[in-house]
Design a protein around this ligand. Sequence first.
Ligand SMILES: C[S@@+](CC[C@H](N)C(=O)[O-])C[C@H]1O[C@@H](n2cnc3c(N)ncnc32)[C@H](O)[C@@H]1O
Length: 249
Amino acid sequence: MNLPENEIENFIATSIMPLEGWINPDAAHVICLALNHQYSLGDFGGILEFGVWKGKLLSLLCKFRADGESVTGVDAFVGLTEAQAIHRTQEIRRNIESVCGSSEFVDIFRGRSTGYYQSPKIVMRKVISIDGGNDFLSRVGDLEYSSRFLTKYGIIIMNGVFNRFNPDSSQALFHFLASESGRDFCVVADCNNKTILCRREAHSSYYDFFQLRISRRDLPLFVRTAEKLDSFGTHYSPRIEGIPIIPFA
Ligand SMILES: C[S@@+](CC[C@H](N)C(=O)[O-])C[C@H]1O[C@@H](n2cnc3c(N)ncnc32)[C@H](O)[C@@H]1O
């Protein structure tokens, strides 16, 4: 599914923001646009989120699901008792139903992402949100897993990459981009608490799409798009005032 661009703001304000959870409205807007663009490219695949909490972002992602696409939410339900975890699962389903009318297409896997990696079922995903364990190893593990099962025009949405209180996330991103499995990937956009990655072959398509909207001022001014830099080891060089910032180089 896609959503007409002039309906996105209202959709976020009325359907997503009332839900409890962590997604900045501008970042949500950028994600909706990316998913619209992906739809126009004819990409097809499942939706996966590591770290669902009450399903705020997952509900948004489900809105862009097409018939036949599966949805999986993985959560360790950290700190919850068995009874609380069952209640949380019901809450996630209710939230998704409030946005999409149904949640029957959603599977909730209770456990750490590392447990989910062992799942024998192979599903290619058009979108993977990484918002579970935010320590270095969890993030690198989630990125490596995602790199194996992402469709051609698939996107990876990483939470909190440029959060100065948790440098593990940015360190994990740069580690991944410099690794063998990350070589095929690059960052294409960054807005508030979400950073979007895609395959290098898909980069110019997303980049041009975002640049056009930034030039028309259809996007918040603090959305950054990242140019693909072939000569730079990590393929991504964020800049402030034209000066490259190379964390953990
Ligand atoms: C910040 S919340 C996710 C927010 C959610 N994406 C939203 O839209 O509101 C982080 C979630 O990750 C879960 N979590 C923490 N470590 C995890 C791990 N290693 N594997 C899977 N889930 C994990 C927690 O139980 C928590 O529900």
